[in-house]
Design a protein around this ligand. Sequence first.
Ligand SMILES: [Zn+2]
Length: 156
Amino acid sequence: MTLRVEDYTYVLEQLQTQYGFTQEHAEDAIERMSQSPDVFNGFVSYLRTGNHPNLSYSGYEISDLMLNYGLSPVGAYLMLALVAVDPNRAQGYLDELREGIMETVEYNPDGSIKKITFRTAGIGSSEAPVCPRCGKKATWVEQYKRWYCYDCKDYL
Ligand SMILES: [Zn+2]
């Protein structure tokens, strides 16, 4: 199964215009996502229709990754692609993500729970770690909630 050129071009454009990715980051995201063609095609479908397809790997679904792990739509599709091709590595990331997520509970006056929101701990650029491979400063990728090294083209 190969990527359709029109889909590639469409997603590349959407990631830059809708999600503010740089071209380099958009190309990288497509490469990662398309390691699972079904996930990539699901993302194309989501961009075109606004509806998430029924995709499930190792018990994870797009909506679950967004709601329970605080991932953006793009981050959720990237993560699901990783779950599909490398479940152990994905599980490690998800565990880390889970630890960094803070749960905020809002209560109604009668004590019942009104709303539970999840957010990840804020990370400032001054705290940017250096890449263990090349020593350059890493970049925080909000969509994937990971530190990324543009020189090594890999996450820390
Ligand atoms: Zn590096």
